[in-house]
Design a protein around this ligand. Structure first.
Ligand code: GTP
Ligand code: MG
Ligand code: ZN
Length: 349
């Protein structure tokens, strides 16, 4: 396998040169402290040594799907021991479900995230905004895929609602079943590019990957056969190499999720709020109660939809809250001089 096909580039090369006598590979599947990786010589299973775990302060510093790992091959070449991960150029991070103050890296070194919705489940603009914010914050581009267009009588209406509400959102109506829009999707996944499919269970992420691949490589399940109790078909994240180049990461369905922190992502997810906000009286205006707030005026005279503004405020507050929590927690930890513990990662929600 050619490393460039796996997404290798000059920056990774430069970082890797610091490690003489080591090999490099890209994480395809994460197991408990072991990883299936793709290398120049094919697939390999490598392990995470105790000393790596010991020096790791945060779970997010552990290798994740899409990461480049530097490893020492075993003498028989049938495995290896991870030394480090190379710096990521992007990552998709959310808060760990149900637990406070823990971030979870869903995928690393991703170029594009396909946020998948389907016409047979409600397409929720507010949820989309949340997804987009998470994706932008990690330095990843996004495309919204509305799957199962074969089941919709007026797809234009929903597309219109989305593009009217979310400036700059790129939206494609597709169908894995009927092969609609698959060529469009393929255009985004050129050789060496990595894309991740995100979205709720049953929207058709794996079906779309199969359609793009041209073969049934990922299991899918008939929604009518599933028990409707949130059973997931895909239960682990996996990076797949497409026959004609390009890498796709399939993920298990996500339920409602919380954001981790956000900074630049907020500006990208709500560009019009930031644009109008330049005219607010106060530079650090929160656009909620301030006098002379240009955003509030724009909401009043209908230039910015009220729901859009509410959504911005809600997400902004959520992030502020998380930032405060992290600060408080870090302070407490320092005070008790106790190291944060982390548990093995699972995808169960
Ligand atoms: N009508 C129609 N059904 C589709 C389409 N794409 C997928 N499906 C069906 O939707 C169901 C769920 O598809 P999956 O691909 O397993 O969904 P998923 O998003 O991977 O779900 P998880 O792995 O649980 O997260 C299957 O029964 C598919 O056959 C489509 O374009 N049209
Ligand atoms: Mg799936
Ligand atoms: Zn303001």
């Amino acid at each position: 396998m050619d490393l460039n096909q796996l997404g290798w580039n000059e920056n990774f090369q430069k970082e890797f040169e610091k490690y003489k006598g080591f090999s490099v590979g890209r994480v395809a599947i994460e197991h408990k402290h072991a990883y299936t990786i793709y290398t120049e010589d094919g697939e390999l299973d490598v392990v995470l040594p105790g000393k790596f775990l010991h020096k790791t302060k945060k779970a997010s510093e552990l290798p994740k799907v899409g990461d480049w790992v530097v490893f020492k091959p075993l003498e028989n070449k049938e495995g290896g021991v991870i030394e480090t991960i190379l710096p990521r150029f992007s990552k998709i991070v959310r808060k760990v479900p149900d637990k406070e103050r823990k971030e979870q890296v869903l995928a690393a070194n991703v170029n594009i995230a396909f946020i998948v919705n389907s016409f047979d489940q409600d397409v929720n603009v507010r949820r989309l905004e949340r997804y987009l914010l998470m994706v932008y914050e990690g330095g990843v581009k996004s495309v919204v895929l509305l799957n199962k267009v074969d089941l919709s009588k007026n797809p234009e209406e929903i597309i219109h609602t989305i593009t009217q509400t979310i400036p700059r959102a790129e939206v494609l109506a597709v169908s894995a079943l009927k092969g609609i829009g698959i060529d469009e999707i393929k255009k985004f996944i050129t050789t060496g590019k990595t894309v991740v499919f995100l979205g709720a269970s049953g929207v058709g992420k794996s079906s779309l990957i199969n359609a793009v691949y041209g073969e049934e490589i990922q299991a899918t399940i008939d929604v009518r056969e599933s028990d409707g109790k949130g059973r997931h078909t895909t239960t682990w994240r996996e990076m797949i190499i497409l026959p004609n180049g390009g890498l796709v990461i399939d993920t298990p369905g996500m339920r409602e999720f919380r954001l981790w922190t956000a900074d630049d992502g907020l500006q990208e997810a709500f560009p019009e709020i930031f644009e109008v906000g330049k005219n607010c009286k106060f530079r650090d205006c929160s656009h909620t109660i301030e006098k002379g707030c240009a955003v509030l005026s724009a909401v009043e005279n209908g230039k910015i939809p009220m729901e859009r503004h509410q959504s911005y405020v809600k997400l902004y507050r959520e992030i502020q809250y998380m930032n405060e929590e992290i600060k408080r927690h870090t302070y407490l930890l320092k005070k008790q001089s106790r190291r944060p513990r982390f548990e093995p990662n699972t995808d169960e929600e």
